[in-house]
Ligand binder design. Structure first.
Ligand SMILES: [Fe+2]
Length: 426
């Protein structure tokens, strides 16, 4: 159609601008119908020493520490995070602190992939001694190339906040991108969201640099247009084998066999214990888990557990760790347990001693950050009175003194399930 001259500039602007719309400016319908190829093309290119793939990783005490990480295509010599609590934009000299990244190196790449793909280089800068509940503004610099101004917010010492949680972004890359837009939209509309607990299975093959490179690039879609970055709390899924998981999130392996579990203190009275369902529950992991739960329960208003393979699954059979983990969760009265891997939506009734019990533990999740969805077994006793369904989704956890709300938010933006937990008297 030939546009009248006076409308031509509007059409051109729309053609140029439509694909660059940030998630926050998109309607729910525009998120669902976004063209992922256009989205991917807009991500920061991995070339030279241009800082790309930025992420903020949370482990340990999230009110005072975080790791800022990024990638460059070339090795480079000097990698610096300019940061501080004042928003001084791209004027890096005005930032209060200038920290050189102490950990740099090449991402592992398989011999097969190396034949036609180049690896890239990671840069990790752990920050400690941060002020709780505070915006930290930063710019990344690698050999004179700069990122755009970015920021994240540390967790408060106490008070209300929200987290997003979900897993299984491993395949369905188009849907993964759309779910990243959905998360960005929620994050933008609710600034009290602090981070994403990713339940694992980021990509199909944990040893594939090419696949991780795609995930890292797609992750940029969760960064808001004002530069706010959504921190990630990592979990190892059964597809996350190999060294790249550790190289991407700057994680220390617990053992030589690449097992990984960690505790996250979000605030003084909210703790998340993340386990590894790729590794035997007995022995080292069981001992660590019991120590964590016995230490954290008395001081936690909300104590959560998180891991990849479900103990009360909606699709598959229970994880091999069930007979060890469940009795410990019940002994220490965990409040909520986050699960992934099944590729569906699930919320159980509260469970104790293998049956429904109002004092029991609710298990939620099963993974919907992009992967194709399966049909849950709705006739399972622990799902009757809970919820079972399918569809791309993320869960939102709203923590307050008197309640923990768990909402399942669909790609389309609607809430399909919601439950409110009350704190235990302990
Ligand atoms: Fe899985």
């Amino acid at each position: 159609m030939k546009l009248p001259k006076k409308y031509k500039w509007i059409g051109a602007a729309f053609a140029l601008g439509a694909s660059a719309l940030p998630a926050t400016d998109r309607s729910d319908e525009q998120i669902v119908n976004a063209d992922f190829k256009e989205l991917v093309e807009e991500m920061t290119p991995l070339s030279g020493t241009n800082p790309a793939h930025w992420r903020v990783v949370w482990s340990g005490d999230t009110s005072t520490s975080a790791t800022i990480s990024w990638s460059t295509a070339e090795n480079g010599k000097k990698h610096v995070v300019h940061y501080g609590t004042k928003n001084v934009g791209s004027d890096t000299e005005k930032y209060e602190f200038h920290a050189e990244a102490p950990k740099n190196g090449p991402y592992s790449i398989t011999e097969k992939e190396a034949k036609d793909t180049k690896t890239a280089f990671f840069h990790h800068c752990p920050l400690t001694g941060l002020t709780p509940g505070t915006n930290y503004y930063f710019v990344l610099e690698s050999d004179g190339k700069f990122s755009k101004p970015l920021y994240f917010k540390t967790a408060p010492k106490s008070g209300d906040f929200k987290l997003l949680t979900g897993g299984d972004s491993r395949s369905g890359i188009a849907s993964r991108c759309l779910m990243n837009l959905r998360m960005a939209k929620e994050f933008s509309e609710k600034p009290e969201i602090l981070a994403l607990v990713h339940g694992g299975d980021y990509i199909v093959s944990g040893r594939s640099w090419r696949q991780w490179r795609s995930w890292l690039s797609n992750h940029e879609l969760t960064t808001l247009s004002d530069g706010r970055v959504l921190p990630v709390i990592p979990t190892r899924g059964n597809h996350d084998g190999g060294p790249l998981f550790f190289e991407i999130f700057n994680l220390e392996k617990n053992r030589a066999d690449l097992s990984f579990w960690h505790s996250i203190q979000v605030t003084d009275d909210v703790n998340i214990v993340t386990l590894d369902t790729n590794y035997s529950a007995k022995g080292a992991q069981e001992e660590w888990l019991e120590k964590q739960l016995s230490k954290l329960r008395p001081k936690s208003r909300w104590l959560l557990t998180n891991y990849h393979r479900p103990l009360y699954p909606a699709v598959k059979s229970p994880a091999g760790q069930t007979s060890v983990f469940v009795p410990l969760f019940e002994k220490y009265n965990v409040d909520l347990s986050l699960e992934s891997d099944g590729h569906c939506i699930k919320r159980t009734v509260p469970i104790r001693d293998g049956k429904e019990d109002p004092t029991g533990i609710v298990y939620v999740g099963e993974g919907g950050l992009g992967v194709g969805q399966r049909t849950p077994k709705t006739d399972l006793w622990y799902l009757k009175g809970g919820y079972a369904g399918r569809g791309h989704h993320v869960m939102q956890l709203s923590f307050s003194k008197d309640a923990l709300e768990v909402e399942t938010i669909m790609l389309e933006g609607n809430t399909i399930d919601k439950v409110t937990l009350k704190p235990r008297s302990h």
